[in-house]
Design a protein around this ligand. Structure first.
Ligand code: SF4
Length: 654
């Protein structure tokens, strides 16, 4: 039994329309909803429109009262097109109640009315061609003819494509519409053209700056959080508080005793220094600052989970869950996805403890806003426009987050440097970064949330690509967790995270082989360090005898060999492991097992670092203990290898 709820912005439980229920096991044929099915209700619960009506009035769910909010069916299609009228109505029902509705999980009424115009256009075309929409969609020749018409504008074609995409994402047993191959091919082309955008991996220096800017911005706020939220709460509850004298009088005519203005309120709360530092001079500034805080929190969630924009926008207030397991405390974000035939389904993402402060701050802001409008079940990023002092404040509640495009670069503006472009070319070699104006040296990094998904997948799958120690430290926890829980061979993989093909863990696994290939090329073939160990010596003799230009020229081929599973690479404390099988030697001798292994590459600088830490470890152990003897044996092996390398170097320089 499937239940479909409308994707409308409903701010009163009384205004809820009916829920559409389908039993796919019993209903083999698509059956339209019953004529009495309630499509809309007034805010007080009175029925406004039913499925059978000639028009559907959706005005109770509109945010802007003056925008169109009624869909007229009969006005568009005359009586002789009754089949088309039914199809028109059914497609609109699918869009409102069944389909996946994008970033926020909801549709605005103006978007719905825009889609209604597109479906009406298609229905009129089918009427003129004396066919039904169902038959039209099946007929490849007809679809080509439709899109080939010189009279249809590019914009119109795009808008109609949106409708086809809604239908294409759903199973035909749910919609009753069977799309021809031509459309499926067209959608595949659309996806293909998006691909270069998905491959942007944020260079390590820029990623590190984004993390430190957001973290520092939030850390400073944490110090004044309570006072700041007190100011927000009081200013929201009292339309005079925190305003200038003139504003107090216009907001509260006849006010007997004036309230504290903004500066006095900040002084009394001990917020003046913070406000000055952040250029906040009035309540509009407070509202913008709250959005900046939400934006910083949201970026960190993307960064530490790999979630998509719509997935984070839809997160509910209590989304962070922690669990004690045999592997320690595990942090998970629990949210919803609607990727499966428009159904909401719980989804989980592994995350890192670094995310806790960001979630805490986002919750604090959201809770304050929610208390002001009297809602208890709400999203994590409740819009700031619900505060009465916000410049975009509306009379009705707004329970959906529409994004932060207007405040991009307000927390950081990172200028692209030469080294970043080189790194871009290194990590994403298939794109021509030099000719893309967005990625020119001196330009501001064009931040976009989808970049974090790919970036996290590549860096977490191959931590050897992260050369900055601070960034490596920041990503260490999430890297370990993702390898444990998301890796294709993990026993947790599908049992914990379901089978959604769009889940981040698939991106993580796909990036794994790609990241391994890049690690092999840049950390071994192009490294300026001499390689030792069985595999290291082989690489020196065969692969590294080519110059850099040759190695780079065959980069795509090398990456393909990793994709086919012919080569493998993993970073190890002593250098690298090129084994394609899971290691069965390490459990007994954690680090030094690699010394005698025929799959190992040893790098001298890494070996010296391990010797340093092994010495430090021994200093802390009791000399008579078994543990001391075992660790000492390892240290001796490591030192022997180091001495061998030194002897070899001396021989070659003599
Ligand atoms: S012991 Fe061998 S197989 Fe195991 S990690 Fe080291 S190099 Fe790889």
């Amino acid at each position: 039994m499937l239940e479909f709820k409308p994707k409308l912005n409903i701010d009163s439980p009384l205004a809820e329309p009916d829920v559409y229920i389908r039993d796919l096991d019993a209903d083999f044929e698509v059956s339209y909803p019953h004529g009495d099915f309630t499509i809309s209700r007034t805010k007080t619960g009175n029925i406004l429109s039913r499925y059978r009506d000639d028009f559907w009035d959706l005005s109770p769910y509109a945010i802007h009262s003056r925008a169109p909010s009624i869909i007229y069916f009969k006005k568009t299609i005359p009586n002789e097109g009754s089949v088309l009228l039914d199809e028109y109505k059914w497609i609109m029902f699918i869009i409102i109640f069944i389909a996946d509705s994008g970033r926020s999980g909801f549709l605005s009424i103006s978007t719905i009315c825009g889609h209604a115009n597109s479906v009406a256009f298609l229905a009129k075309y089918c009427l003129a061609q004396k066919t039904s929409i169902r038959d039209f969609l099946k007929n490849e020749k007809e679809v080509r003819k439709f899109f080939g018409q010189a009279t249809i504008t590019k914009r119109k074609k795009e808008r109609i494509s949106y409708i086809f995409q809604y239908l294409n994402k759903l199973d035909k047993t749910v919609t009753g519409f069977d799309l021809c191959n031509e459309m499926k091919i067209n959608f595949a082309k659309t996806l293909k053209s998006d691909k270069p955008k998905q491959t942007v991996v944020i260079p390590t220096r820029i990623l590190s700056e984004i993390i430190s800017s957001c973290t520092e911005f939030l850390r400073e706020y944490r110090e004044v959080e309570e006072k700041f939220l007190t100011l927000v709460k009081k200013s929201n509850e009292n339309s005079a508080f925190g305003r200038s004298k003139g504003r107090q009088k216009s907001n509260c005519p006849g006010i007997a005793t004036l309230e504290d203005d903004f500066n006095t309120a900040c002084n009394k709360l001990g917020l003046s220094v913070y406000m000055n530092k952040n250029n906040i001079f009035d309540l509009h500034g407070v509202s913008r600052h709250l959005r900046k805080l939400q934006y910083a929190c949201k970026l960190l969630i993307h960064l530490y989970t790999g979630m998509r924009d719509d997935e984070v926008s839809r997160l509910m207030y209590d989304c962070l869950h922690t669990e004690k397991t045999v592997n320690g405390r595990v942090f998970r974000i629990v949210g919803e996805t609607t990727k499966l035939v428009g159904l909401k389904k719980a989804e989980r993402w592994i995350t890192s403890p670094e995310i806790e402060p960001a979630i805490h701050i986002a919750k604090g802001i959201s809770k304050t806003i929610a208390e002001g409008i009297g809602v208890s079940d709400h999203i994590l990023f409740l819009p700031v426009s619900n505060l009465n002092f916000s410049p975009s404040s509306k009379n009705s509640k707004n329970l959906l987050q529409s994004g932060f495009n207007d405040i991009k670069n307000s927390i950081f503006s990172i200028v692209i440097e030469d080294s970043d472009v080189k790194e871009l070319q290194k990590i994403s070699p298939s794109a021509d970064w030099l000719s893309d104006p967005k990625f020119q040296i001196g330009a501001i990094w064009p931040i976009a949330t989808h970049q974090f998904r790919r970036t996290l997948a590549v860096y977490a799958a191959q931590s050897g690509l992260v050369s900055l120690p601070s960034l490596k430290r920041q990503l260490k926890h999430i890297t370990n967790e993702m390898t444990l829980y998301y890796a294709a061979s993990s026993s947790f993989s599908s049992s914990l995270f379901g089978d959604d093909k769009m889940h981040f863990r698939h991106e993580f696994n796909e990036s794994k082989l790609y990241g391994e290939g890049l690690g092999y090329i840049y950390n071994l073939l192009l490294s300026d360090q001499a390689l030792h160990g069985v595999q290291g010596i082989w690489l020196e003799k065969h692969e590294r005898k080519n110059d850099e230009i040759h190695i780079l020229a065959s980069r795509e081929n090398t990456l393909k060999r990793f994709k086919r599973g012919e080569l493998a690479y993993a970073d190890t404390p002593l250098g690298a492991c090129l084994s394609r099988e899971a290691c069965d030697k390490k459990p007994m001798r954690a680090v030094s097992a690699c010394i005698s292994c025929d799959k190992a590459v040893i790098v001298e600088a890494k070996l010296e670092k391990v010797i340093f830490y092994q010495n430090a470890l021994l200093e802390d152990l009791n000399q008579g203990s078994m543990e001391y003897r075992m660790e000492k044996e390892q240290l001796d092996d490591l030192c022997r290898l180091h001495a061998q390398i030194q002897r070899k170097k001396n021989v070659s320089t003599d």
